[in-house]
Design a protein around this ligand. Sequence first.
Ligand code: MN
Length: 373
Amino acid sequence: MKVGLTLSGDLISEDGARFAAQIGATDVVVHLTDYARGADVSPYLTGGRVGPIGGDCTGVPLWSYERMADLVGMLRRHGLRPAALENFSPNFWHDVLLDGPEKRAQIEGLKRLVRDAGRAGIPVIGYNFSIAGVWGWLRRPTARGGAFTTVFDIDAIDPSEPIPDGMVWNMRYRGGRASAPPLRVSDAELWDRLTFFLQELVPVAAEAGVTLAAHPDDPPAKTLRGTARLVNDPAKYDRLLAIVDSPANALEFCVGSLAEMPGGDIYATTRHFAGLGKIAYVHFRNVRGKVPRYEETFVDDGDVDMTEIVRILRDAGYDGVLVPDHVPELACPAPWHTGHAYTVGFMRALLDNRDALGPSWSAAKEPQLTAAE
Ligand SMILES: [Mn+2]
């Protein structure tokens, strides 16, 4: 197992790579989507708005082979390996998600992107097949010591607040039309669209040497903003994997989001999917509570015994990358850097001692993995 770090925005730079190398990360996940483009982040940061923020990706060009190859070259100069590219820009595939008229053209664009990523040396592309995306977050000072963190409380928001026209995945991909009806997407429609996406893209990915890795829903509510959620129960990961049987159809295994799900048991879930060899990489994050109410915590302060997660992955022979996911904000001038350095230090200590961690305790009481609905 390897400890990695995720870089996005201004952190995709020589300074960001240097920081990753200095804290002992060996592998890097990269976000090329600029989620904050054109967005006013202040209402969210001051606690007055449901987040995350809504940026604008209108007209963003498909990431080129040259851009990805330069990125990989820059990481390698710092002794870092590219672990994954995470999340497509919503304007690349809004009609794949929405079953719109540009769906065919957009899936061809994604195929080009996947082939170019493979050629540039990027082994994994993480994606989140979601209409409402990551939404419903409240920023509250409730983590240890009063650190600001992400809280989900279904009673404190309007979970059915419509998605503005021209937006998907919290980003604007075109101007809104005043007369447009609110977006509604059923569970059956969402799974049909995912089936199209996987059947078209997985064979191309396999040929390009790229693994497609699905993130579960964050938050894993039943529905959000009038649209179904895809993987809001651990058993739905099995359903996703069964659509196309290929080593290129795999999981971006988010311990936090999976632990937030009312159905299932995080230890059994980890053992099951690690045992199948289907985990492409791991979001190593802890949480307290479950849907309909939970809060993100420091890695050593939540409901999940993260040491046990490492034991389970070790016993299953998992040899991939673990990266921190969101972390609470430490009260200091560099909350991102300190929060991630703290998490990576914790992860490195666990991995350095993984052979001395002793036997896993959760197998004996393992419940069956069954769908909650
Ligand atoms: Mn995650």
